[in-house]
Unconditional design. Structure first.
Length: 210
């Protein structure tokens, strides 16, 4: 068996463990998850690009597939990826900060990603994907995890450093993106450089890696 086969088997075992995980209900960090866990993620030992987002929303919880919602449509448009490319595990991995829909607050907004997921699984997951060349940290929770101090200055500061992030030595490079939710429409309108400058450069890099 080749190295890729061994890696795929190792990742498959890890993914099976994640899909069986019930830490957020049985040993939670804070209030337990109120519904049955349904982890939604698409890791890969072949993809060179990984989209690291926040957590599934209610539509994704129902579908079991990441970004099957308006945010997914906008993200694919930002990256100029077809659905076939976006869901091709040879090209794109998807690993959110929280694997399960976290529930909603009193105002109907989604709660933050469950902390248990990243603390329990992320180090092992990313160690199993050493081939990654580019990580897209989508939203503040992903930026704080994947960019560390480079995430200082809030979302505008993190996303605004896109040139140095793309030019960083070593791999995987980590590039910050705002979440494609409608809640960020005002930010997008106030920061036209995102669409005019960042997205064309990022699309070129994505094409190079696909």
């Amino acid at each position: 068996m080749g190295a890729t086969g061994n890696s795929e088997r190792g990742l498959a075992r890890l993914l099976a463990d994640i899909r069986a995980c019930r830490i957020c209900r049985e040993a939670p960090l804070g209030p337990p998850l109120l519904h049955e866990p349904r982890p939604v993620l698409r890791p890969s030992v072949r993809a060179r690009i990984c989209i690291c987002s926040q957590a599934p929303g209610v539509r994704v919880h129902a579908s079991g597939t990441p970004f099957t919602d308006p945010s997914g449509e906008r993200l694919r448009a930002w990256l100029k990826l077809s659905k076939e490319e976006f869901y091709d595990l040879d090209r794109i991995a998807i690993v959110p900060m929280g694997f399960c829909f976290p529930g909603q607050d009193a105002g109907g907004g989604d709660l933050p990603p469950r902390r248990e997921c990243a603390l329990t699984w992320h180090a092992r997951l990313f160690a199993a994907m050493p081939q990654l060349q580019l990580i897209l940290a989508v939203g503040g929770h992903a930026q704080r995890w994947h960019l560390g101090r480079n995430g200082d200055g809030g979302m505008t500061g993190a996303v605004g450093r896109w040139r140095e992030q793309l030019a960083a030595p070593g791999t995987p490079r980590r590039v910050a993106l705002p979440h494609p939710s409608w809640r960020n429409n005002a930010w997008l309108a106030a920061n036209p450089w995102f669409a005019a400058e960042l997205l064309p450069a990022l699309r070129g890099e994505i094409r190079r890696l696909l």
